[in-house]
Design a protein around this ligand. Structure first.
Ligand code: URA
Length: 244
């Protein structure tokens, strides 16, 4: 049994808060009857209607996308920009959404699913999933700068957790470098803000790995389904912090 608002939110119909509002406004029916109590529990066999539309019971699906730049990590965009979900539109009927976010200009590995619980586990900071980025930066970071990123650096929303950082190449003359950074937090524009804070702003950013997953042979705009085993492993990793 699950709380009604959670089931509505996980079905991708509305956010949790919006689902609560719909319930209290009397716009939700369970087995044909209006339900206004937020604590109501429902099971898989109950029929739920939101504003007259039956909630579909979709199979859970999981995708790994190589996000191209110029796409917003959202289901819809009020400014009319292309969204990562648009890439799937013609071939995937399920109501999928991105697991976390990559910036409009950032490329790389992004998971999408219609499984809200899975998404929550992978994005909540307490579950500490590693994400590795390759950043091309303007200027060459100093050793001290890189150490600051490793130890944690003060940003306007607080100090970052320790990170793994290395510089894979640099060109002093051209004033540029390529760095690899692994973080487990997922704050807004975090990697960009971290490099900005040491005086070497990011000019290009790609997420290469998410936990044990990488992009393999995918090209920008291509995707594949996660295997059942990978989904299971991601859940174990989120819950226990390790894979045996
Ligand atoms: N950090 C960023 O700055 N941007 C991203 O897209 C992801 C992490």
């Amino acid at each position: 049994m699950e709380r009604l608002q959670k089931v509505i939110a996980y079905a991708g119909v509305a956010s949790r808060r919006k689902a609560e509002q719909l319930i209290t406004e009397g716009k939700v029916k369970v087995n044909g009857k209006v339900v206004r109590e937020l604590g109501t529990k429902v099971s898989n066999s109950d029929t739920i209607e939101v504003e007259g539309v039956k909630l579909e019971k979709e199979d859970k699906v999981y995708f790994l996308l190589y996000k191209p730049k110029g796409y917003i990590s959202a289901v819809t965009d009020d400014k009319g920009r292309k969204t990562v979900v648009d890439i799937f539109k013609k071939r995937v009927p399920e109501r999928i959404f991105p697991v976390g976010r990559l910036d409009y200009e950032t490329t790389g590995l992004l998971l999408l699913t219609n499984d809200g619980e899975f998404s929550y586990q992978l994005t909540h900071p307490k579950f500490k999933i590693d994400k590795t980025y390759v950043a091309r930066v303007k200027g060459v970071p100093t050793i001290e700068g890189l150490k600051k990123l490793q130890r944690g650096i003060k940003l306007e929303d607080g100090k970052t957790a320790p990170a793994k950082v290395s510089m894979t190449s640099f060109d002093e003359k051209a004033g540029k470098a390529i760095c690899e950074i692994t973080i487990h937090e997922g704050r807004n524009r975090q990697v960009r803000r971290m490099f900005e804070a040491i005086g070497t702003p990011v000019v290009k950013l790609k997420r290469e790995r998410f936990a044990f997953l990488d992009l393999g042979s995918l090209k920008p705009g291509e995707y594949r389904q996660l295997t059942k085993h990978e989904v299971k492993q991601l859940r174990v990793l989120a819950e226990t912090g390790r894979l045996d």
